[in-house]
Design a binder for this molecule. Structure first.
Ligand code: GLN
Length: 441
């Protein structure tokens, strides 16, 4: 059998191919020489599988798609406070090259517009790095996101630098406000080198998948940045990534995204996939026309909108029943799925509503595939309260989904591998009780 995904991608590319509207970016002359017919789309899963159709191995410059990654590197290299002090997180609702600075402080609104990105560039690497070392840090960091060594397109770089009046103006303003502390020209040059890094749609999909995978590159396994950094970056991508089209994008597509004027577009769907498209003609916002159409299709065809509500937590309690009778009766709550706060609340409420009369209460986690921190703490607290109410509580947890369960302060729990071990005779239970928090065999 052939995978269904490349065929789907090829079909969607065919559907948008005839759309030749939009213009190549011509304020960077070298970009005006691009082949407008190029069209490609790639998906990278969080476990490193890549699917693609069309021109996914054609190199083009990353341009503004470098901004979220640059922001990530600045946050990782300098920590949050110094970066937030110099770059805000508010959508500007304006074009990418607008001189949008807070009126009193001169702080750029966000790191996705040029003013904020130039500032973020100046914050990459350790303090005191010279411009050349900083560019090395940036190219190395972008390469880690992509999982291969990337290089700079010198021709595009020179071409942009020759026409960088606006970015230079922005940088001089930022220097005037003390947001930049070095030679503005050198920083703009570094920023433009960052924008001139060559990537393919395949690379971009992997870079986006690294964000979708909590900062770990799915192929190399390298942790590029920490989880708090990824959360910050994805949040800013979702509110500011598409400039003055951010609201339209958030409602129509609903995937944290970033576009670049060479025609690239990425989306990172947390925990699922990284998506990249390439098509050089741009709309009035500077976003790829066919890229936007492709993302609209992907989002609606595959239910990828981040606000699409997942299956309700009520399905967490698969069954609630009693095994045996008389003094040997055991109350069993069989749980299923992934548990977060809402799922744990549902379990706690189920226990309350049941008010089990049985001494032994079993929470069967065999069919739970994930449990987050708050849900784990809530379940253990429920276990503690059940113990204080006089119950003997068992967790059936064959895969240690709750490692080292310790309900604390007066709570006791016996962990077993299969349900039968929790419903065996009182005699055997007594043996288990002597090792209250150890796993049964
Ligand atoms: N290097 C470009 C610039 O600063 C990036 C712009 C973009 O991709 N939106 O103008």
């Amino acid at each position: 059998m052939r995978s269904v995904i490349p065929d789907y991608l090829a079909e969607v590319l065919r559907d948008v191919e005839s759309n030749t509207s939009g213009q190549l970016a011509d304020y960077i002359p070298e970009l005006a020489a691009a082949d407008p017919k190029r069209l490609g789309a790639a998906f990278a899963t969080v476990d490193g599988e890549i699917y693609g159709a069309g021109d996914i191995d054609t190199e083009f410059t990353i341009q503004s798609i470098s901004k979220p990654f640059m922001y990530a590197l600045a946050l990782a290299d300098r920590s949050f406070a110094p970066v937030l002090a110099k770059v805000g997180v508010e959508p500007s609702g304006e074009a990418f090259n607008q001189i949008s600075l807070e009126s009193d402080t001169g702080r750029p609104f966000n790191p996705m517009i040029n003013a904020g990105a130039i500032t973020a560039h100046s914050l990459a690497g350790s303090e005191g790095m010279n411009p050349t070392e900083r560019v090395e840090r940036v190219v190395h960091g972008l390469s880690a996101f992509a999982g291969r060594e990337l290089r700079i397109d010198e021709a595009v770089c020179v071409s942009e630098m020759e026409h960088a009046h606006r970015n230079l103006a922005i940088a001089y303003m930022l220097r005037g406000y003390g947001i930049l502390t070095e030679d503005p020209r050198a920083i703009v040059e570094g920023y433009i080198r960052q924008c001139s890094v060559l990537v393919t749609a395949r690379d971009l999909a992997m870079m986006a998948a690294t964000l979708a995978n909590r900062g770990v590159n799915p192929l190399s396994g390298e942790r590029v940045v920490g989880e708090p950094v990824v959360r910050q970056v994805l949040s800013v991508m979702s509110t500011c990534g598409m400039y003055d089209a951010a609201g339209d994008w958030a409602t129509q597509v609903g995937i944290p995204a970033k576009s670049g004027v060479a025609g690239g577009l990425i989306g990172a769907l947390p925990g699922q996939i990284g998506i990249a498209t390439f098509s050089p003609r741009l709309d009035a916002h500077g976003n790829s026309v066919r890229g936007v159409s492709l993302f609209e299709r992907f989002s609606s065809d595959m239910g990828l909108h981040v606000m699409e509500v997942p299956a309700a937590a009520r399905a967490i309690v698969r069954s609630n029943h009693v095994l045996g009778d008389g003094p040997h009766a055991v109350r069993v709550l069989q749980l299923q799925g992934g548990i977060g706060f809402a799922g744990a609340e549902r379990v706690v409420r189920e226990i309350l509503n049941t008010a089990p009369a049985e001494v032994r209460v079993v929470l069967d986690l065999t069919m739970i595939y994930s449990i987050n921190d708050v849900a784990r703490r809530m379940l253990l607290e429920a276990v503690r309260r059940l113990t204080l109410d006089g119950h003997e509580v068992y967790l059936v947890d064959p895969e240690s989904i709750v490692p080292d369960p310790d309900p604390g302060d007066g709570g006791r729990v016996t962990v077993v591998g299969v349900l039968e071990q929790a419903v065996i005779s009182q005699h055997k239970v007594a043996q288990h009780r002597s090792r209250p928090t150890k796993r049964g065999t």
